[in-house]
Design a protein around this ligand. Sequence first.
Ligand SMILES: Nc1ncnc2c1ncn2[C@@H]1O[C@H](COP(=O)(O)OP(=O)(O)O)[C@@H](O)[C@H]1O
Ligand SMILES: [Mg+2]
Length: 258
Amino acid sequence: MHNEAAQYDALLQTLLKLDDEERHKQLKELSDEQRKVLGYHWRLWARRSQLAPPGDWRTWLILAGRGFGKTRAGAEWVRAMAAADPDARIALVAGSLGEARAVMVEGESGILAVSNAQQYPVYQASLHKLSWPNGAVATLYSAAEPESLRGPQHSHAWCDEIGKWDNASSRAVSSWDNLMLGLRLGDAPQVVATTTPRAVPLVRQLADDASGHTAITRGRTEENREHLPDRFVRDMRRRYGRSPDRRRRRPSSTKRTP
Ligand SMILES: Nc1ncnc2c1ncn2[C@@H]1O[C@H](COP(=O)(O)OP(=O)(O)O)[C@@H](O)[C@H]1O
Ligand SMILES: [Mg+2]
């Protein structure tokens, strides 16, 4: 048993040393058992564009097509932050509380789905709260209720599909602003915003942020096609034709705003 654990650890270390392309090639060769054991090591499976960029960014904006793996990237980032910091106080913000729960917490690529048994958080639906065994806590919020974000303080935040937040009466922008005002716990508070690209005020504001504190990752659905049902990829192509995925042939990229 001990020996087996050591073998998996050796395999893990070997795989982690490979570059992205070679690693993904070898991952395809794993047995079901190996896949199961190594499944929770996100750094093995993630594409580089799904891992937090280096540097002292305050906001990481992932602007990418449906199915790229944005929600997965957000959920994995939250899981890693919670595991690393027992004092983490994390805000999870979606267009509604129902979506925060259904997508960010309980969704197929949400926090519970990506959590392993040793660090599995308890979800208390009535309190809109997730608690990790080490003491880290996440609270769910609705971007439709900016007032609920006025007051609470956080060390981290993940905001999903900010392009779809209802901005009637500037609600989306107010929710973001209130969240930012309360993002002041810990040494270096950070927020990850994941969204399909949309020309709405909040997304524009972040994409154009010239403070130098925002890192932006852009990506395409196709990059994750290996993990998407064929039918999904076909539907996306049919629906959007040669747009934006096909037209923009650049691979995903991350850059700091000037
Ligand atoms: N690097 C990856 N390796 C394996 N599966 C992935 C990876 N990235 C995403 N997925 C899976 O692909 C599917 C789509 O990802 P999701 O995060 O829901 O996309 P998006 O939020 O961009 O629409 C999910 O089932 C997710 O778990
Ligand atoms: Mg998503």
